[in-house]
Design a protein around this ligand. Structure first.
Ligand SMILES: Cc1cc2nc3c(=O)[nH]c(=O)nc-3n(C[C@H](O)[C@H](O)[C@H](O)COP(=O)(O)OP(=O)(O)OC[C@H]3O[C@@H](n4cnc5c(N)ncnc54)[C@H](O)[C@@H]3O)c2cc1C
Length: 377
Protein backbone atom coordinates (compact mmCIF):
# COMPACT_ATOMS: atom_id res chain seq x y z
CA UNK A 1 0.00 0.00 0.00
CA UNK A 2 1.35 3.46 -0.88
CA UNK A 3 0.12 6.27 1.33
CA UNK A 4 0.72 9.87 0.24
CA UNK A 5 1.31 12.66 2.70
CA UNK A 6 2.73 16.14 2.38
CA UNK A 7 5.47 15.71 5.02
CA UNK A 8 6.68 12.45 6.57
CA UNK A 9 8.60 12.77 9.83
CA UNK A 10 10.77 9.84 10.87
CA UNK A 11 11.11 9.90 14.68
CA UNK A 12 8.68 10.79 17.42
CA UNK A 13 10.98 12.12 20.14
CA UNK A 14 10.72 15.73 21.33
CA UNK A 15 12.19 16.97 18.02
CA UNK A 16 9.93 15.05 15.60
CA UNK A 17 6.82 15.64 17.70
CA UNK A 18 7.39 19.41 18.02
CA UNK A 19 8.00 19.71 14.27
CA UNK A 20 4.77 17.81 13.59
CA UNK A 21 2.79 20.11 15.88
CA UNK A 22 4.27 23.24 14.26
CA UNK A 23 3.36 21.91 10.80
CA UNK A 24 -0.18 21.12 11.97
CA UNK A 25 -0.50 24.66 13.34
CA UNK A 26 0.52 25.92 9.88
CA UNK A 27 -2.04 23.63 8.21
CA UNK A 28 0.61 21.38 6.67
CA UNK A 29 -0.41 17.76 6.51
CA UNK A 30 2.12 15.39 8.12
CA UNK A 31 2.65 11.90 9.51
CA UNK A 32 5.07 10.71 12.20
CA UNK A 33 6.75 7.33 11.82
CA UNK A 34 8.18 6.21 15.15
CA UNK A 35 9.68 2.88 16.14
CA UNK A 36 7.24 0.91 18.32
CA UNK A 37 9.75 -0.15 20.98
CA UNK A 38 11.97 2.87 20.90
CA UNK A 39 14.11 4.09 23.76
CA UNK A 40 14.03 7.81 23.23
CA UNK A 41 16.82 10.07 24.45
CA UNK A 42 14.01 12.47 25.30
CA UNK A 43 13.00 10.08 28.11
CA UNK A 44 16.43 10.46 29.74
CA UNK A 45 16.62 14.25 29.48
CA UNK A 46 16.68 16.43 32.58
CA UNK A 47 14.61 19.11 30.84
CA UNK A 48 16.67 22.23 31.41
CA UNK A 49 15.79 25.09 29.09
CA UNK A 50 19.19 26.55 29.71
CA UNK A 51 20.61 28.99 27.14
CA UNK A 52 22.97 30.44 29.77
CA UNK A 53 24.43 27.48 31.63
CA UNK A 54 24.72 25.46 28.43
CA UNK A 55 26.70 28.27 26.79
CA UNK A 56 30.29 27.07 26.66
CA UNK A 57 33.37 28.83 25.39
CA UNK A 58 33.69 27.07 22.04
CA UNK A 59 29.95 27.13 21.21
CA UNK A 60 29.35 30.88 21.01
CA UNK A 61 27.41 30.46 17.73
CA UNK A 62 24.62 28.77 19.66
CA UNK A 63 23.94 31.57 22.13
CA UNK A 64 21.58 33.61 19.94
CA UNK A 65 19.57 30.64 18.63
CA UNK A 66 19.38 29.14 22.13
CA UNK A 67 18.02 32.40 23.57
CA UNK A 68 15.45 32.46 20.76
CA UNK A 69 14.60 28.81 21.51
CA UNK A 70 13.99 29.66 25.15
CA UNK A 71 11.52 32.38 24.11
CA UNK A 72 9.78 29.99 21.74
CA UNK A 73 9.24 27.62 24.69
CA UNK A 74 6.97 30.18 26.38
CA UNK A 75 4.90 30.41 23.19
CA UNK A 76 4.80 26.61 22.89
CA UNK A 77 3.77 26.19 26.53
CA UNK A 78 0.83 28.59 26.10
CA UNK A 79 -0.26 26.82 22.91
CA UNK A 80 -0.11 23.43 24.61
CA UNK A 81 -2.31 24.64 27.43
CA UNK A 82 -4.78 26.14 24.93
CA UNK A 83 -4.89 23.04 22.74
CA UNK A 84 -4.98 20.35 25.42
CA UNK A 85 -6.55 22.11 28.38
CA UNK A 86 -3.60 20.94 30.52
CA UNK A 87 -0.88 23.13 32.00
CA UNK A 88 2.56 22.84 30.44
CA UNK A 89 5.29 21.95 32.96
CA UNK A 90 7.41 24.93 31.85
CA UNK A 91 8.69 26.75 34.93
CA UNK A 92 10.27 30.17 34.47
CA UNK A 93 11.95 30.29 37.89
CA UNK A 94 15.62 31.12 37.16
CA UNK A 95 18.31 28.54 37.94
CA UNK A 96 20.95 28.94 40.64
CA UNK A 97 24.65 28.26 40.02
CA UNK A 98 26.80 27.45 43.05
CA UNK A 99 30.54 26.95 43.58
CA UNK A 100 31.29 24.64 46.49
CA UNK A 101 35.02 25.21 47.06
CA UNK A 102 37.51 28.01 46.39
CA UNK A 103 38.71 26.18 43.27
CA UNK A 104 35.09 25.79 42.13
CA UNK A 105 34.69 29.54 42.62
CA UNK A 106 37.50 30.07 40.09
CA UNK A 107 35.55 27.91 37.62
CA UNK A 108 32.29 29.77 38.03
CA UNK A 109 34.00 33.19 38.08
CA UNK A 110 35.33 32.33 34.62
CA UNK A 111 31.89 31.22 33.48
CA UNK A 112 30.18 34.29 34.91
CA UNK A 113 32.72 36.55 33.12
CA UNK A 114 31.96 34.75 29.90
CA UNK A 115 28.19 35.05 30.41
CA UNK A 116 28.59 38.77 31.07
CA UNK A 117 30.73 39.25 27.95
CA UNK A 118 27.98 37.54 25.96
CA UNK A 119 25.31 39.80 27.53
CA UNK A 120 23.57 36.84 29.10
CA UNK A 121 21.33 37.83 31.98
CA UNK A 122 22.85 36.79 35.29
CA UNK A 123 22.86 38.21 38.79
CA UNK A 124 25.79 37.64 41.16
CA UNK A 125 24.48 36.87 44.64
CA UNK A 126 25.97 37.05 48.12
CA UNK A 127 25.94 33.78 50.08
CA UNK A 128 23.07 35.12 52.14
CA UNK A 129 21.06 35.88 49.00
CA UNK A 130 21.76 32.38 47.64
CA UNK A 131 20.28 30.90 50.81
CA UNK A 132 17.25 33.19 50.44
CA UNK A 133 16.51 32.12 46.86
CA UNK A 134 16.97 28.41 47.54
CA UNK A 135 15.74 26.91 50.79
CA UNK A 136 17.65 23.74 51.60
CA UNK A 137 20.92 24.89 50.03
CA UNK A 138 24.01 23.83 52.00
CA UNK A 139 25.39 26.67 54.17
CA UNK A 140 28.92 25.61 53.14
CA UNK A 141 29.72 26.99 49.72
CA UNK A 142 31.82 29.67 48.13
CA UNK A 143 29.77 31.77 45.75
CA UNK A 144 26.66 31.79 43.59
CA UNK A 145 24.77 33.48 40.77
CA UNK A 146 21.25 33.45 39.39
CA UNK A 147 20.94 32.50 35.73
CA UNK A 148 17.98 34.62 34.80
CA UNK A 149 17.07 32.98 31.46
CA UNK A 150 17.50 29.34 32.52
CA UNK A 151 14.20 27.53 33.11
CA UNK A 152 13.03 23.90 33.03
CA UNK A 153 10.33 21.51 31.84
CA UNK A 154 9.49 17.85 32.43
CA UNK A 155 10.39 16.42 29.01
CA UNK A 156 8.07 13.40 29.01
CA UNK A 157 5.11 15.50 30.18
CA UNK A 158 5.77 17.97 27.37
CA UNK A 159 6.19 15.18 24.84
CA UNK A 160 2.82 13.79 25.88
CA UNK A 161 1.16 17.22 25.66
CA UNK A 162 2.70 17.90 22.25
CA UNK A 163 1.49 14.51 20.99
CA UNK A 164 -2.01 15.16 22.38
CA UNK A 165 -2.11 18.59 20.71
CA UNK A 166 -0.85 17.14 17.40
CA UNK A 167 -3.48 14.39 17.43
CA UNK A 168 -6.20 16.94 18.27
CA UNK A 169 -5.21 18.86 15.14
CA UNK A 170 -5.65 15.67 13.09
CA UNK A 171 -2.01 14.49 13.17
CA UNK A 172 -1.22 10.85 12.51
CA UNK A 173 1.41 8.69 14.22
CA UNK A 174 2.43 5.31 12.82
CA UNK A 175 4.28 3.03 15.22
CA UNK A 176 6.57 1.38 12.76
CA UNK A 177 10.24 1.40 11.79
CA UNK A 178 11.32 3.17 8.62
CA UNK A 179 13.59 0.53 7.10
CA UNK A 180 14.62 2.21 3.85
CA UNK A 181 14.29 5.47 2.01
CA UNK A 182 14.34 6.17 -1.71
CA UNK A 183 15.40 9.78 -2.22
CA UNK A 184 14.52 9.86 -5.93
CA UNK A 185 11.00 8.46 -5.46
CA UNK A 186 10.60 10.31 -2.15
CA UNK A 187 9.33 7.12 -0.57
CA UNK A 188 9.90 5.48 2.80
CA UNK A 189 9.39 1.75 3.28
CA UNK A 190 8.17 0.68 6.70
CA UNK A 191 8.80 -2.56 8.59
CA UNK A 192 5.19 -3.63 7.84
CA UNK A 193 5.96 -3.14 4.11
CA UNK A 194 3.72 -0.08 3.80
CA UNK A 195 5.19 2.71 1.69
CA UNK A 196 4.86 6.37 2.56
CA UNK A 197 5.35 8.88 -0.25
CA UNK A 198 5.95 12.46 0.82
CA UNK A 199 6.84 15.79 -0.74
CA UNK A 200 9.27 16.37 2.12
CA UNK A 201 10.83 13.81 4.45
CA UNK A 202 12.12 14.99 7.83
CA UNK A 203 14.69 12.89 9.68
CA UNK A 204 14.10 13.53 13.39
CA UNK A 205 15.89 10.31 14.13
CA UNK A 206 18.03 11.30 17.15
CA UNK A 207 20.98 8.96 17.54
CA UNK A 208 20.19 7.14 14.27
CA UNK A 209 20.94 10.36 12.39
CA UNK A 210 21.23 9.85 8.64
CA UNK A 211 21.74 6.06 8.82
CA UNK A 212 18.64 5.44 6.71
CA UNK A 213 20.26 7.38 3.84
CA UNK A 214 23.20 4.99 3.76
CA UNK A 215 26.82 5.15 4.78
CA UNK A 216 27.82 8.00 2.43
CA UNK A 217 25.50 10.44 4.19
CA UNK A 218 25.73 8.88 7.65
CA UNK A 219 29.52 9.25 7.69
CA UNK A 220 29.37 12.95 6.70
CA UNK A 221 26.48 13.76 9.01
CA UNK A 222 27.93 11.70 11.81
CA UNK A 223 26.16 11.40 15.17
CA UNK A 224 28.44 10.90 18.17
CA UNK A 225 26.70 9.25 21.12
CA UNK A 226 27.61 10.89 24.43
CA UNK A 227 26.39 8.87 27.38
CA UNK A 228 24.73 10.54 30.35
CA UNK A 229 23.83 8.78 33.59
CA UNK A 230 20.99 10.28 35.57
CA UNK A 231 18.88 9.40 38.61
CA UNK A 232 15.43 10.28 39.90
CA UNK A 233 15.05 10.77 43.66
CA UNK A 234 12.01 11.34 45.84
CA UNK A 235 12.45 13.62 48.82
CA UNK A 236 10.86 12.45 52.03
CA UNK A 237 7.71 14.22 53.21
CA UNK A 238 9.39 16.49 55.74
CA UNK A 239 12.39 17.42 53.58
CA UNK A 240 12.74 20.90 52.09
CA UNK A 241 11.64 20.74 48.47
CA UNK A 242 13.77 21.85 45.55
CA UNK A 243 12.06 24.78 43.86
CA UNK A 244 14.44 25.72 41.09
CA UNK A 245 17.22 24.12 39.09
CA UNK A 246 20.40 23.97 41.14
CA UNK A 247 23.60 23.67 39.15
CA UNK A 248 26.99 23.56 40.70
CA UNK A 249 30.61 22.57 40.73
CA UNK A 250 31.86 20.44 43.60
CA UNK A 251 35.62 19.83 43.63
CA UNK A 252 35.59 20.37 39.88
CA UNK A 253 32.69 17.97 39.18
CA UNK A 254 29.65 19.56 37.54
CA UNK A 255 26.22 18.47 38.78
CA UNK A 256 22.63 19.61 38.39
CA UNK A 257 19.41 18.99 40.29
CA UNK A 258 16.16 19.57 38.41
CA UNK A 259 12.76 19.61 40.15
CA UNK A 260 10.01 17.19 39.11
CA UNK A 261 6.43 17.11 40.29
CA UNK A 262 5.47 14.97 43.28
CA UNK A 263 8.48 15.90 45.48
CA UNK A 264 10.81 14.26 43.00
CA UNK A 265 13.95 15.59 41.39
CA UNK A 266 16.45 14.50 38.82
CA UNK A 267 20.20 14.51 39.44
CA UNK A 268 22.46 14.53 36.42
CA UNK A 269 24.42 13.98 34.46
CA UNK A 270 27.67 12.41 33.47
CA UNK A 271 29.20 13.07 30.03
CA UNK A 272 30.95 9.95 28.82
CA UNK A 273 32.50 9.35 25.42
CA UNK A 274 32.26 5.59 25.85
CA UNK A 275 30.45 4.77 22.64
CA UNK A 276 27.21 2.83 22.88
CA UNK A 277 27.91 1.23 26.28
CA UNK A 278 24.57 0.50 27.90
CA UNK A 279 23.91 0.65 31.68
CA UNK A 280 24.74 2.62 34.82
CA UNK A 281 28.06 2.34 36.63
CA UNK A 282 28.95 2.71 40.30
CA UNK A 283 31.45 5.45 39.50
CA UNK A 284 28.93 7.32 37.36
CA UNK A 285 26.27 7.32 40.07
CA UNK A 286 28.80 8.12 42.80
CA UNK A 287 29.85 11.19 40.79
CA UNK A 288 26.25 12.36 40.86
CA UNK A 289 25.27 11.49 44.44
CA UNK A 290 28.26 12.86 46.30
CA UNK A 291 28.23 16.38 44.82
CA UNK A 292 24.42 16.52 44.84
CA UNK A 293 24.25 15.79 48.59
CA UNK A 294 26.98 18.26 49.35
CA UNK A 295 24.94 21.03 47.66
CA UNK A 296 21.48 19.95 48.84
CA UNK A 297 21.91 17.95 52.06
CA UNK A 298 18.27 16.85 52.50
CA UNK A 299 18.92 14.42 49.63
CA UNK A 300 20.58 12.11 52.16
CA UNK A 301 17.21 10.57 53.08
CA UNK A 302 15.72 10.69 49.60
CA UNK A 303 14.40 7.51 48.02
CA UNK A 304 16.05 6.37 44.79
CA UNK A 305 13.12 6.08 42.41
CA UNK A 306 15.10 5.16 39.33
CA UNK A 307 18.50 5.26 37.73
CA UNK A 308 18.88 5.64 34.03
CA UNK A 309 21.05 6.71 31.18
CA UNK A 310 20.75 8.03 27.67
CA UNK A 311 22.92 8.97 24.73
CA UNK A 312 23.07 12.58 23.66
CA UNK A 313 23.14 12.72 19.87
CA UNK A 314 26.28 14.84 19.37
CA UNK A 315 27.91 16.08 16.17
CA UNK A 316 31.50 16.95 15.29
CA UNK A 317 30.95 20.67 15.98
CA UNK A 318 28.28 20.22 18.70
CA UNK A 319 25.71 21.91 16.45
CA UNK A 320 22.61 20.03 15.31
CA UNK A 321 21.92 19.34 11.65
CA UNK A 322 18.70 21.18 10.88
CA UNK A 323 17.66 21.95 7.32
CA UNK A 324 17.38 20.59 3.81
CA UNK A 325 20.14 18.57 2.23
CA UNK A 326 20.77 20.66 -0.91
CA UNK A 327 18.74 19.63 -3.96
CA UNK A 328 16.85 16.88 -2.16
CA UNK A 329 13.52 16.34 -0.44
CA UNK A 330 15.32 15.36 2.79
CA UNK A 331 15.26 17.73 5.76
CA UNK A 332 17.57 16.89 8.66
CA UNK A 333 16.55 17.50 12.27
CA UNK A 334 18.98 15.51 14.39
CA UNK A 335 22.21 15.80 16.36
CA UNK A 336 20.90 18.14 19.08
CA UNK A 337 23.44 16.87 21.64
CA UNK A 338 22.83 18.57 25.04
CA UNK A 339 20.21 20.97 23.67
CA UNK A 340 17.41 18.85 22.17
CA UNK A 341 14.71 19.83 24.64
CA UNK A 342 15.69 23.50 24.55
CA UNK A 343 15.99 23.58 20.76
CA UNK A 344 12.81 21.61 19.95
CA UNK A 345 10.60 24.65 19.15
CA UNK A 346 13.49 26.35 17.31
CA UNK A 347 14.01 23.23 15.19
CA UNK A 348 10.27 23.14 14.46
CA UNK A 349 10.38 26.78 13.36
CA UNK A 350 13.38 26.25 11.04
CA UNK A 351 11.93 23.08 9.50
CA UNK A 352 8.44 24.55 9.01
CA UNK A 353 9.92 27.71 7.44
CA UNK A 354 11.98 25.53 5.09
CA UNK A 355 8.91 23.54 4.06
CA UNK A 356 6.94 26.74 3.45
CA UNK A 357 9.81 28.35 1.52
CA UNK A 358 10.21 31.10 4.12
CA UNK A 359 13.53 32.51 5.27
CA UNK A 360 14.83 31.86 8.77
CA UNK A 361 17.63 33.74 10.50
CA UNK A 362 19.28 30.53 11.77
CA UNK A 363 19.35 28.45 8.57
CA UNK A 364 23.09 28.86 7.94
CA UNK A 365 24.22 27.94 11.45
CA UNK A 366 22.44 24.60 11.46
CA UNK A 367 22.56 23.71 7.75
CA UNK A 368 23.58 20.07 7.12
CA UNK A 369 25.33 21.34 3.99
CA UNK A 370 28.19 22.67 6.18
CA UNK A 371 29.39 19.06 6.06
CA UNK A 372 30.59 18.72 2.48
CA UNK A 373 27.84 16.50 1.11
CA UNK A 374 28.58 17.03 -2.57
CA UNK A 375 30.34 13.68 -2.91
CA UNK A 376 27.43 11.96 -1.18
CA UNK A 377 24.86 12.93 -3.80
C1 LIG B 1 21.19 12.39 30.55
C2 LIG B 1 20.72 13.41 29.55
C3 LIG B 1 20.26 14.65 30.00
C4 LIG B 1 19.83 15.61 29.08
N1 LIG B 1 19.35 16.80 29.54
C5 LIG B 1 18.93 17.75 28.67
C6 LIG B 1 18.42 18.98 29.14
O1 LIG B 1 18.34 19.21 30.34
N2 LIG B 1 18.03 19.93 28.22
C7 LIG B 1 18.10 19.69 26.87
O2 LIG B 1 17.76 20.58 26.08
N3 LIG B 1 18.57 18.51 26.39
C8 LIG B 1 18.98 17.54 27.25
N4 LIG B 1 19.46 16.34 26.79
C9 LIG B 1 19.56 16.15 25.34
C10 LIG B 1 18.19 15.75 24.76
O3 LIG B 1 17.66 14.70 25.54
C11 LIG B 1 18.31 15.28 23.31
O4 LIG B 1 19.04 16.23 22.55
C12 LIG B 1 16.91 15.12 22.71
O5 LIG B 1 16.12 14.30 23.52
C13 LIG B 1 16.97 14.55 21.30
O6 LIG B 1 15.63 14.38 20.90
P1 LIG B 1 15.28 13.61 19.55
O7 LIG B 1 13.82 13.71 19.34
O8 LIG B 1 16.21 14.06 18.48
O9 LIG B 1 15.72 12.09 19.85
P2 LIG B 1 14.93 10.90 20.54
O10 LIG B 1 14.20 11.35 21.74
O11 LIG B 1 15.92 9.80 20.72
O12 LIG B 1 13.86 10.51 19.45
C14 LIG B 1 14.23 9.95 18.19
C15 LIG B 1 13.15 8.97 17.80
O13 LIG B 1 13.37 8.55 16.46
C16 LIG B 1 13.09 7.17 16.38
N5 LIG B 1 13.71 6.62 15.20
C17 LIG B 1 15.03 6.63 14.85
N6 LIG B 1 15.21 5.97 13.69
C18 LIG B 1 13.97 5.55 13.29
C19 LIG B 1 13.49 4.82 12.15
N7 LIG B 1 14.33 4.38 11.19
N8 LIG B 1 12.16 4.56 12.06
C20 LIG B 1 11.30 5.00 13.01
N9 LIG B 1 11.70 5.71 14.11
C21 LIG B 1 13.02 5.97 14.23
C22 LIG B 1 13.66 6.64 17.70
O14 LIG B 1 13.18 5.36 17.97
C23 LIG B 1 13.15 7.71 18.66
O15 LIG B 1 11.84 7.43 19.10
C24 LIG B 1 19.86 15.34 27.68
C25 LIG B 1 20.31 14.10 27.25
C26 LIG B 1 20.73 13.15 28.16
C27 LIG B 1 21.17 11.80 27.66
Amino acid sequence: MIKKVSTAIVGGGIIGMTIALELALRDIDSMIIDEPTSSKTTAAAAGMIAPISEAVFNEGTLIKPNLHAQQLWSVLADRLTELTGNESSLSNIPSLLIAKTKDDKAIIDNLVNYYEQCNLKIEKLSNLQCGDVLAGLTPNFNSGALLLSDYFVEPLKELHLIETAYRKLGGEITNSTATSLDINLSQITLSNNDIIEAKDIVLATGNSGAEILGQKYASKLQVIKVKGQIMTLKLNETAIKLERVLRGFVKGTPVYLVPRSGDELVVGATQEYTGFEIGNTVEGLFNLIEPAISLFPSLRDAEIKSIGHGFRPGTVDNIAYIGRIASTNIICAFGHYRHGVLQAPLTAEIVADEIQGESNQFVEIFSPNRADLTQSV
